[in-house]
Design a protein around this ligand. Structure first.
Ligand SMILES: [Zn+2]
Length: 278
């Protein structure tokens, strides 16, 4: 599941493959960019912001008289949502990532070919305008400017919201997806339906979320238990009806807002303020 750590890893893969390289050919397979040609452009860097990917490019500058002008900075934005991925291949290497019909863009450079599969929200915009797409995001858990106090402040601004929904709201803090949401709440012993205002230690919860994501940087297996063995990487996420690793109670799964949530009814006792179902 692409959460902040997956997107961070993806940005690093793209950075290593393309940073500093000149694009020799581009092939966009989304209607809004179908006529875009990035050949001759240079990749400056690849970065992530929460769950958004920002591939920063330089277009060769041209003055009207044909004299050299400063390079113009652009950003190719993409979002992985539930199923997107970028892969980097060596030139000539077989693209083994995903079925070809999922390809949305191919960027060729002398040293690598980057292929984007099932990407969402693909947009090419001036780098100076990036905030149009990511300016609403709360502090990025894996960003250089991570600000836990600001994340806590934004969460606390909506005390009636359930903590399960608040942790997923990227305007509060950017990078937590459903997996880390479920795992953080289990580890803190907090029911997903607890109103934010009743969570005992918001700073502790925010700090734990950051540590879990940071621990999974640099690898593709997402683990909150410390184990990288298949079937042992989570406490509650994806474990409906299986015994809780702490108390043996069957893990439950239920809808909360737009998403499903997993929790242990014993380790995460319900808050009395939980709204009535329906
Ligand atoms: Zn339990």
């Amino acid at each position: 599941m692409p959460e902040g750590d997956t997107v961070w890893n993806t940005a690093r893969v793209l950075h290593r493959a393309l940073a500093g390289a000149r694009i020799t050919k581009s092939d966009f397979r989304v209607p809004q960019l179908a006529t875009t040609d990035l050949s001759g452009w240079t990749v400056r860097e690849s970065a992530s912001r929460g769950k958004h990917l920002l591939l920063r490019l330089s277009a060769p500058g041209r003055s009207p008289a044909g004299r050299p002008a400063p390079d113009v900075h652009w950003t190719l934005h993409s979002h992985l949502r539930m199923d997107g991925a970028w892969r980097a291949y060596a030139p000539g290497e077989r693209w083994g990532g995903r079925p070809a019909h999922l390809i949305r863009v191919v960027l060729h450079s002398p040293g690598a070919v980057a292929v984007g599969y099932h990407l969402h929200e693909m947009t090419l915009l001036p780098t100076a305008d990036e905030d149009r797409l990511v300016g609403h995001l709360g502090p990025d858990l894996l960003g250089p400017d991570w600000d836990p106090a600001e994340a806590v402040r934004r969460l606390a601004d909506h005390p009636e919201q359930t903590i399960g929904e608040a942790l997923l709201d990227q305007r509060n803090l950017a990078g937590v997806g459903n997996l880390y949401k479920c795992e953080v709440l289990f580890l803190r012993g907090v029911s997903p339906w607890t109103p934010v205002g009743a969570v005992p230690d918001l700073p502790g919860m925010v700090a734990l979320a950051q540590r879990l994501l940071a621990a999974n940087r640099g690898r593709w297996t997402q683990s909150s238990t410390g184990s990288l063995h298949r079937g042992q990487t989570s406490y509650v996420y994806g474990r409906r009806a299986q015994p809780c690793r702490r108390c043996g109670t069957a893990i439950r799964k239920e809808e909360l807002g737009e998403r499903v949530t997993y929790w242990c009814p014993v380790c995460q006792p319900e808050h009395p303020d939980r709204p009535e179902p329906g």
